[in-house]
Design a protein around this ligand. Sequence first.
Ligand SMILES: Nc1nc2c(ncn2[C@@H]2O[C@H](COP(=O)(O)OP(=O)(O)O)[C@@H](O)[C@H]2O)c(=O)[nH]1
Ligand SMILES: [Mg+2]
Ligand SMILES: [Zn+2]
Length: 299
Amino acid sequence: MITLPCRVVARFGSEVDVLPPTGGILRAHLRRKFDDVVCGDVVLVEPGERIVTGRERRINHLGRRDGFNRHRTIAANIDRVWIVVAPRPAIPHLLIDRFLVGIFNLPASAAVVINKYDLVDAVTAKSLEASLAGYRHLDLPVLQVSAHTGFGMESFRDAAAGGSNILVGQSGVGKSSLIQAMLPEQSLRVGAVGHSGEGRHTTTTARWYPSAGGGAWIDSPGVRDFTPEITSIDELLRGFPDLGDIGDGCRFRNCTHRSEPGCAVRQAVAQGLLPEARLNAWLELLQGLSSGSSGRREI
Ligand SMILES: Nc1nc2c(ncn2[C@@H]2O[C@H](COP(=O)(O)OP(=O)(O)O)[C@@H](O)[C@H]2O)c(=O)[nH]1
Ligand SMILES: [Mg+2]
Ligand SMILES: [Zn+2]
C-alpha cells in the first residue's frame, strides 16, 4: 500500500483537506481512530482510497477548553503564536494573558500584533503604548501593522519567516486580512462578520497556508475567550514569568499572591511596578484551576 505524508490544511468533521507532496489539495476520510487530527498535523494518506492511515508525531498542539469544559484542539505543530488585536475597542488584556498561558506551555514563541494601525492617531498611539507597557516585563514583542496599508508588514513578514505561524484573537481584528496580505495568491475569507460576531463567512476552523519561503500561516476562528488547558500551578506559573520573578521576594515560597502577608507581587502592584491586570488574570486562572474549570483533563 502506498501512503503519502501530507500536511493537514483543515479539518471538517470526519474529513480533512491535506496537501500531498505531489501538489494540489486532497480531501481524505478520517477513521475514528484518528479523531484527534487537526490543522497542522502531518498524516499518512492512502491516495487511491483517500483514507488517513496514520499520524506523525506532533511537536506541540494548541488546545483550549470550550464553554462546556470540553477539550478542543485548535492546531498542531506551531512555532509562533501571534495574538492579533485592534486599536478599537480596548486591548483585551485578559484574553492576551490567557493566551500567553497556553502559548508558553506549548512551548512556542508569543507576540502581540496590533493591526489596523492606519486607524491610530498620535493620541491613541500613546494610550496603546501605555496599555501594553506592562508586557515589557515579559519581553513580549508588540508589532504595529496595517493589513490595509502595508504599514509594518515587512518586519512582520521577516519576524515570521520560516516555521509555522498561527494568528489568534477576537473576531474582526483582521487575522484573515493579514494572511491575505502576506499571501496575495491565496483567497481567504475576509470580513462579513454577522451581528452575533459569527457570520457565515467568518473562519470556523483553523486553516494552514504554506508560504513560499517554506514556512506557513495558520488562520484561526475568532474567539471571545480562551481557556488554556492547564492542570497544575507549575503550568500556570509558566504563563506568568513576571509574577514568578517578583514572587521570589514573597515571604512564603508557595505564595499564591491572593492575600498572604509579605506578598511581593501585591506590593509591586501597589507601587505601580506590575499592572494590576496581570495580577487579576493570575488570580482568575488560579481560581479556575482550583475549581477545575480550566484544569483537569478529560479522559
Ligand atoms: N482599517 C483597517 N481595517 C482592516 C484592517 N485589516 C482588516 N480590516 C477590516 O477588518 C474587518 C475584519 O477583517 P478579517 O480579516 O475578516 O478579521 P478576522 O475575523 O480577524 O479574520 C474587515 O472588514 C477588514 O477589511 C486594517 O489594517 N485596517
Ligand atoms: Mg477570519
Ligand atoms: Zn505573593
